[in-house]
Design a protein around this ligand. Structure first.
Ligand code: ARG
Ligand code: ZN
Length: 855
C-alpha cells in the first residue's frame, strides 16, 4: 500500500471539537471520545475514522448505538455513513499502555504514562481521522490513581481538577488552539517540576515547567535556560510570541526520537533534557539547547502553521531545523556551528542522497511515513531554507516569513505556500528554485578558474550536474547560490567576494581588475549543499587553510588537504605529508584562532567521509591510511600536542565558549599523542580519564583508550561502568564508546554488548547506543567476513516485533551495497534478503529493506 502525494484530497469530514475522557491504567486504559463532525463539501461519502490496536467497546451516532455488524475488523477504519451535515459521534475503546512496546500512542515508560502521536500514533489512542489537515479544539479529562500518577498533564491550560473515589483523582485541560491530532499529548506520573516563568514581548506571564523524576531535577537547569533563551530569540528574530499561559516539558526515558512539539506540552527523550557537567558532555549540553529550541520553535513553524499532509513534512522540519541552527549559532560560535552542521549533513544526508533510499525533501510517495523522518527532510530541508535566506538577505527573508505566518496562521499549509510567501513577501522569483523540493540527489559543481594577464581578468567557469536517483533520471539544472571569493597569490589579500548564482548547466563569471592568477575560495560558508569538484594544489589549499577569511572555507581547505593525503596513500602513492603537517602546525600555533575552531580544523576527516569520496569504499585501506596519517602527524608535532594538551587543562568547569573549546581541543590533542605511539600515551589518557572533573574530558579519554589495546583500556571501561551503574544515560555512553571504537575485535565486542544484562530492546537509546553506533563504525561494521552485517540483520529481526520504527532505522547501513566491492556487497544483500524472508515483517522494515535491495 503506497501513499502518493498526487492523490491528496481534502478531508470529507472535519472535526471542529473533540472531548476525550481517559480512565488511566497501565494495563487497561479506557478512552471515551466525543467528536462533533461536519461534512466538508458536497459528497455522500461515509465518515472514516482510523484506528489501530484498539479494542472497541461501544460506538454511537447522535446517541444511537451503531450495530455491531458495522464495527470494523482488526485495524480497519471505522466507517460510518451519515445523512446530515453535522453529527456527534461517541466511541469507547480500551488500550494497553503497558503492552505498547512500539512507543507510539499511549505507552508506559519508567512508571509514567505518556504519548507520542506524530505521525500516526493518535489512531492507537482512539478512532479519529488521523491526518494533519483535520484541526480540532481539544478538551481532555483524565482520571488516575493519585498515588501512582499524582501529576496529570495535557495540552493547553489546566482548567479544573479534583479528587475521586478509591484514591483516584482527575484533571481537565483545554487547548483553545485548534490542532491536528498528531500534536495531542498526555502525561501522567510521579513527577517533580522545575518551575520558572517568562514574560513575553507583549507582557504576558507564561508559567514554564520542566517535569522529571525528583532525583533528576538538578539536571534540568540548562534546558530551562535554553527554553527562555529560545522564547526571547523567536520574538527578536522572527517576531513570534508564545500564545498560552503555560508551557510544559516532560522528560521520558523511552522515546523513539529526540523530542516532540505537542502544543504546550513538549515531550522529550530524557537525553535532550537532563545534563550536568559530571554526566553529560559539552555535545550533550549543545544538543539539549538545540532540541529545546527546535521543539519550542515548532510552536509557530509546525503548530500555529501545520502541514497539510505528511509529504509536506519538511515544511515544518526543514524550516525549524534552520531556525534552531541559527539560534545555536547566535548562542555560541557561528563558525563552529556551521562546521558541525555541515559535517552532520555530509555524514548523514549525502550518503542518503547517494543511496537506494534517496528522496526529495518533498517525497512523492511512501509506504510508512515514519521512514521519512530523515536527514534529507530535516537537514537538507534546512539547507533549502538557508539558501532562500541567502538569496533574499535578512530583511526580505523576514518579510517572507512574516507573510507566511500571517497568511497561514491556523492552517495546514504546503511547501508551495512557503515558497510563495518568500516570493510575495521577499520580492523574488523562485520558479526554478522549486526544483530543490522535487529533485533528489546532491548536485555536483565543477569549477575551472582561468586568468588573462592582458585584460587583467579572471574567468570562473562553473558547470553542474544532478545525479540520477531511484525513480529520477536526467534532472534539470538547479539554482545554486555560491558565495565565492578570489585571493591574490602574492599578497594573500582578498580581491573580491560575490554571491554567484549558478542556475544553468554551465556558466562563466568574469572578475575584472585581477592582476595576477588568483586563488579561488568557493561555496564559502557552505552556501549551497553541493559537492564541488576542482583541482587545487596542496600549496593553494594550505594558503586557504591558513588565511581564508571565511572560517568554513578555512576548515574546508584543511579537510581537502587531508583528504588529498589520504586518497594518495590509499592509492598506494608515495606519501609526502609535509603540507598537511605544516597546515596542522600553523593552525595549532595561530593565536587568532579559538580552540573550538582549531579542534575542528586539525581533526582528520572521518573514515566514512573518506569512503564517500571513493568510487568504491575500501574500509580496510581507509582505516590503515587514516591511522598512519594520524600517527605521522602525532609524531611530527609531538611536543606541540603535549603543549596543547597541557595548556587546555582547566581547574574548574564552565560552559563559556573558550572553556568548551579548550576541552574539545584537549581530547583531540590526546588522540594525536596516543596515535604517535608515545610510550606514555595510554598512561596520559588514563590520567585524563581519571582526573577529569567533567564528562567531556572523561568520555573523550575513554574513547581514545577504547581504540587501543592496553591495560588502561579495560581498566577505564570497568571503572566507567562501575562509576555510573544505574545511570542509564551515562551507561549509553559506555555502550556507544565501545561500539564506535577502532578495536580489531569490535564486531565480537558489539555481539557481547548485545547480550549484556544492561542491554534491552525496549529502550531505543540503548539500541542506538550499540547498533546505531556500530552501523556508523565503517571499519568494524564492514568487516570483510560479513559478521557485522549478520549481527545487524539479527538485531533488526529481533527488534522489529518490539519496535518497528527503531528497527527500520537500523536498515540504511546495510543498504549501501552498491558502494562496496565483493565480497562485502553480496554479503550485505544476503543480510537484506534474510530480513525480507521473515514473515510478519512490519511495513516500516519492509519498505526500507525492499528499497535497499532494489535501488
Ligand atoms: N516532530 C518531531 C521533531 O521535533 C519528531 C517526531 C518524530 N516522530 C515519529 N514518530 N516519526 O522533529
Ligand atoms: Zn521537528
Amino acid at each position: 500500500p503506497v501513499i502518493r502525494r498526487e492523490d491528496y484530497r481534502a478531508p470529507d469530514w472535519l472535526v471542529p471539537d473533540i472531548s476525550l475522557d481517559f480512565t488511566l491504567d497501565t494495563d487497561r486504559t479506557i478512552v471515551t471520545a466525543r467528536l462533533s463532525v461536519t461534512r466538508n463539501g458536497a459528497h455522500d461519502r461515509p465518515l472514516l475514522l482510523d484506528g489501530e490496536a484498539l479494542e472497541l467497546l461501544s460506538v454511537s451516532v447522535d446517541g444511537v448505538p451503531l450495530p455491531r455488524d458495522q464495527w470494523p475488523q482488526g485495524d480497519a477504519p471505522l466507517s460510518i455513513p451519515l445523512p446530515g451535515a453535522t453529527h456527534n459521534i461517541e466511541t469507547i475503546v480500551a488500550i494497553s499502555p503497558a503492552r505498547n512496546s512500539q512507543l507510539m500512542g499511549l505507552y508506559a515508560s519508567g512508571g509514567l504514562l505518556c504519548t507520542q502521536c506524530e505521525a500516526e500514533g493518535f489512531r492507537r489512542i482512539t478512532y479519529f481521522p488521523d491526518r494533519p489537515d483535520v484541526l480540532s479544539r481539544y478538551s481532555v479529562r483524565m482520571e488516575a490513581d493519585k498515588a501512582l500518577y499524582p501529576v496529570l498533564l495535557s495540552n493547553g491550560d489546566p482548567v479544573e481538577s479534583g479528587a475521586g473515589d478509591n484514591g483516584r483523582h482527575w484533571a481537565r485541560w483545554n487547548d483553545p488552539f485548534p490542532k491536528p491530532c498528531y500534536l495531542f499529548a498526555l502525561v501522567a506520573g510521579d513527577l517533580a517540576c522545575n518551575a520558572d516563568s517568562f514574560t513575553t514581548m507583549s507582557g504576558r506571564q507564561v508559567k514554564l515547567g520542566i517535569w522529571v523524576r525528583e532525583s533528576d531535577l538538578p539536571r534540568t537547569q540548562h534546558a530551562m535556560k535554553a527554553l527562555k533563551d529560545s522564547m526571547g530569540w523567536d520574538e527578536r528574530v522572527y517576531g513570534r510570541e508564545y500564545d498560552l499561559d503555560v508551557f510544559n516539558i516532560v522528560a521520558v526515558a523511552d522515546f523513539n526520537f529526540g523530542a516532540m512539539e505537542n502544543k504546550g506540552l513538549n515531550i522529550f527523550n530524557s537525553r535532550y533534557i537532563l545534563v550536568d557537567p559530571e554526566t553529560a558532555t559539552d555535545l550533550d549540553f549543545d544538543a539539549v539547547e538545540g532540541v529545546v529550541a527546535h521543539e519550542y520553535f515548532h510552536n509557530w513553524s509546525g503548530n500555529r502553521v501545520t502541514c497539510r499532509d505528511w509529504f509536506q513534512l519538511s515544511l515544518k522540519e526543514g524550516f525549524t531545523v534552520y531556525r534552531d541552527q541559527c539560534f545555536s549559532a547566535d548562542m555560541g560560535s557561528e563558525a563552529v556551528k556551521r562546521i558541525e552542521d555541515v559535517r552532520t549533513l555530509r555524514a548523514a544526508q549525502f550518503p542518503e542522497d547517494a543511496g537506494p533510499l534517496a528522496h526529495p525533501i518533498r517525497p512523492e510517495s511512501y509506504m510508512e511515513i515514519s521512514n521519512f523522518y530523515t536527514a534529507t527532510i530535516y537537514n537538507k530541508g534546512a539547507e533549502i531554507i538557508r539558501m532562500m535566506a541567502t538569496l533574499l538577505g535578512h530583511e526580505r527573508f523576514r518579510r517572507g516569513t512574516d507573510l507566511y505566518f500571517s497568511t497561514h496562521d491556523g492552517e495546514a499549509a504546503t511547501c508551495e505556500d512557503f515558497v510563495k510567501a518568500m516570493e510575495d513577501g521577499g520580492g523574488i522569483y523562485l520558479a526554478q528554485f522549486r526544483l530543490w523540493y522535487s529533485q533528489a540527489g546532491t548536485p555536483r559543481v565543477a569549477a575551472v578558474l582561468s586568468h588573462d594577464a592582458e585584460s587583467q581578468s579572471a574567468t570562473l567557469t562553473l558547470s553542474q550536474s544532478v545525479p540520477d536517483t531511484p525513480g529520477q533520471v536526467n534532472k534539470a539544472p538547479m539554482v545554486l547560490p555560491l558565495r565565492t571569493a578570489l585571493f591574490d597569490r602574492q599578497s594573500g589579500k582578498r580581491i573580491e567576494e560575490r554571491l554567484l548564482v549558478l542556475d544553468g548547466a554551465e556558466q562563466s563569471f568574469m572578475f575584472e581588475g585581477v592582476r595576477a592568477a588568483p586563488m579561488l575560495s568557493i561555496n564559502r560558508g557552505f552556501s549551497a549543499p553541493v559537492i564541488v569538484d576542482m583541482h587545487r594544489s596542496p600549496d593553494e589549499l594550505a594558503f586557504l587553510a591558513a588565511s581564508d577569511d571565511d572560517p568554513f572555507a578555512r576548515y574546508e581547505a584543511m579537510q581537502l588537504l587531508m583528504l588529498g593525503a589520504l586518497t594518495e596513500a590509499i592509492a598506494g602513492g608515495e606519501a609526502d605529508n609535509g603540507a598537511v603537517i605544516d597546515a596542522v602546525r600553523t593552525a595549532l600555533s595561530n593565536p587568532a584562532l579559538d580552540d573550538a575552531f582549531i579542534a575542528e580544523a586539525v581533526r582528520l576527516p572521518g573514515e566514512a567521509y573518506v569512503g564517500d569520496q571513493m568510487a568504491l569504499v575500501d574500509p580496510d585501506a581507509i582505516h590503515v591510511a587514516r591511522e598512519a596519517l594520524m600517527g605521522e602527524i602525532g609524531r611530527a608535532l609531538l611536543p606541540l600536542w603535549r603543549e596543547v594538551h597541557a595548556r587546555t587543562a582547566r581547574d574548574a568547569f564552565s560552559l563559556a565558549g573558550a572553556d568548551k573549546g579548550a576541552r574539545k581541543l584537549r581530547t583531540v590533542a590526546l588522540g594525536y599523542i596516543v596515535a604517535s605511539g608515545a610510550e606514555d600515551g595510554p598512561a596520559l589518557a588514563y590520567a585524563q580519564y581519571e582526573g577529569a572533573h567533567n564528562m567531556t574530558e572523561r568520555q573523550g579519554a575513554l574513547a581514545v583508550l577504547a581504540s587501543i589495546d592496553c591495560a588502561e583500556r579495560s581498566q577505564a571501561l570497568a571503572d566507567f561502568y562501575a562509576r555510573y551503574a544505574g545511570d542509564a544515560l551515562v551507561l549509553d555512553k559506555w555502550f556507544q564508546t565501545q561500539a564506535l571504537a577502532f578495536h580489531p575485535d569490535t564486531v565480537e565486542i558489539v555481539a557481547q554488548l548485545g547480550k549484556h544484562p544492561d542491554f534491552t530492546l525496549s529502550n531505543p537509546n540503548r539500541v542506538r547506543a550499540v547498533y546505531g553506533a556500530f552501523g556508523a563504525n565503517q571499519w568494524a561494521f564492514h568487516s570483510a567476513d560479513g559478521a557485522g552485517y549478520a549481527l545487524m540483520a539479527d538485531l533488526i529481526l529481533a527488534l522489529d516485533p518490539v519496535n518497528p520504527q527503531t528497527a527500520a532505522r537500523m536498515v540504511p547501513p546495510l543498504g549501501r551495497h552498491r558502494r562496496f566491492a565483493e565480497p562485502r556487497a553480496g554479503r550485505m544483500r544476503a543480510a537484506l534478503e534474510q530480513i525480507l524472508a521473515q514473515s510478519g515483517l512490519s511495513k516500516d522494515v519492509t519498505e526500507q529493506v525492499s528499497k535497499s535491495l532494489a535501488g
